[in-house]
Design a protein around this ligand. Structure first.
Ligand code: NAD
Length: 355
């Protein structure tokens, strides 16, 4: 029997509650689909700081790098907000992504029919939206040199190398091959030299994927098109800063932060996590929505392990729970037949999988 090693990082706030439900669902899909999971728990964030004085202990990096994937909850909270910057949970998370070399951030935005009224856009615009933003994560203007400031000037440099563009482009094309086979590369090639190189290299890489329909769009137009007609997109491939902005914009199409998963992947390993934070305002009350984390498990099975049937089973079970009217408190105003707790939602989804 196949066995996958997973590093489990629950973190702070609602992190432990949502990860427990994700594990419940993962165990049920593993037993249905005939594979085994070995979990190793590791600590990160405020809880790790409280125990070790470091928000990212070396042991957590070691456990993660010796696993097949990392399932991550969320970190942070007011209790740690006044620590020196390098001791804060959020610094631990940035360091973690860098240590693991995760260069591609995958952010799907899916609009569930049952929650169409939760979107801030009209149902006629968002019905059927199912897109994925593939964002380069460890290059571009956030990391480029030179950068600096004096009293009267501030400067950053947007730089991409051919190799950085090649590896993120492959990632986007491979994902598109498992979807509708469309990639829209977003850049600012009418103004930026770095974007001209980006476009040239993306076109070169696309020759290895003849089945993919590749288009290009300037980022200002892409920001508008996402609101005007989001259904035109399948995979959006873009750099760090453009992806940062567009993926947040895309996430609002679905209307709820508690629904959206993400993956950050690299050559060695991937980190699978909800897009939301640790929600300290609702921690410990059993009302957090676990669906974003459960959907992150589906991404892990699909992209890290190639367990497509298992991933599809999770996605269908989530849809079924929503279509039968089960809602956690955050979505209670959208056609709820029954408002359930975090743990009840996990059990409902796990039961659908077992059936
Ligand atoms: P947040 O995402 O934690 O919460 C924003 C709002 O959404 C809150 O009202 C919260 O109750 C609600 N919410 C979030 N997730 C939910 C869920 N699953 N179900 C129901 N409601 C949910 O953002 P914030 O309040 O700005 O940040 C709180 C803490 O989380 C901060 O310390 C921040 O630094 C940290 N944070 C961590 C991550 C991460 O771990 N990747 C990401 C973002 C923020």
């Amino acid at each position: 029997m196949k066995k996958y090693k997973i590093a489990l990082i629950k973190g702070d706030g609602i992190g432990p509650e949502i990860i427990d439900e994700a594990v419940k669902v993962l165990d049920s899909v593993a037993s249905c689909c005939g594979f085994d999971i070995a979990y190793t728990e590791a600590f990160m964030g405020g809880c790790a700081y409280d125990i070790t004085g470091d928000p990212l202990p070396q042991e957590t990096i070691n456990i993660s790098l010796s696993s097949d994937a990392v399932l991550f909850g969320a970190i942070g909270g007011e209790k740690w907000d006044n620590l020196p910057r390098e001791k804060r949970p959020e610094s631990g998370l940035l360091r973690f992504r860098k240590e693991l070399g995760v260069y591609a951030n995958l952010r799907p935005a899916v609009v569930y029919d049952e929650l169409i009224n939760a979107s801030s856009l009209k149902p006629s615009i968002v019905k059927g939206v199912d897109l994925m933003v593939v964002r380069e994560l460890i290059g571009g203007i956030y990391f480029g040199e030179p950068k600096g400031r004096d009293e009267n000037r501030g400067w950053n440099t947007m730089v991409y190398t051919r190799d950085e563009i090649i590896r993120i482009a492959h990632q986007a094309f491979k994902i598109a091959m498992t979807r509708k086979k469309k990639v829209c590369s977003v850049d600012k090639a009418n103004v930026l030299d770095v974007s001209q190189l980006w476009r040239e290299v993306v076109i070169e890489v696309s020759k290895e994927y003849p089945e993919i329909e590749l288009t290009h769009m300037y980022v200002d137009n892409a920001a508008m098109q996402l609101i005007r007609d989001p259904r035109q997109f399948d995979v959006i491939l873009t750099g760090n800063i453009f992806g940062d902005i567009l993926s947040d914009e895309a996430s609002m199409l679905s209307g709820s932060i508690g629904l959206l998963p993400s993956a950050s992947v690299g050559a060695k390993i991937g980190v699978y996590e909800p897009i939301h934070g640790s929600a300290p305002d609702i921690a410990g009350q059993g009302i957090a929505n676990p669906i974003a984390t459960i959907a992150s498990v589906s991404m892990m099975l699909r992209y890290a392990f190639g367990e497509i049937i298992a991933a599809d089973k999770i996605d269908s079970a989530i849809k079924r729970a929503l279509s039968e009217g089960y809602r956690t408190k955050d979505l209670a105003q959208y056609d709820a037949k029954e408002v359930c707790s975090t743990s009840e939602m996990g059990s409902i989804i796990a039961n659908y999988i077992e059936r």
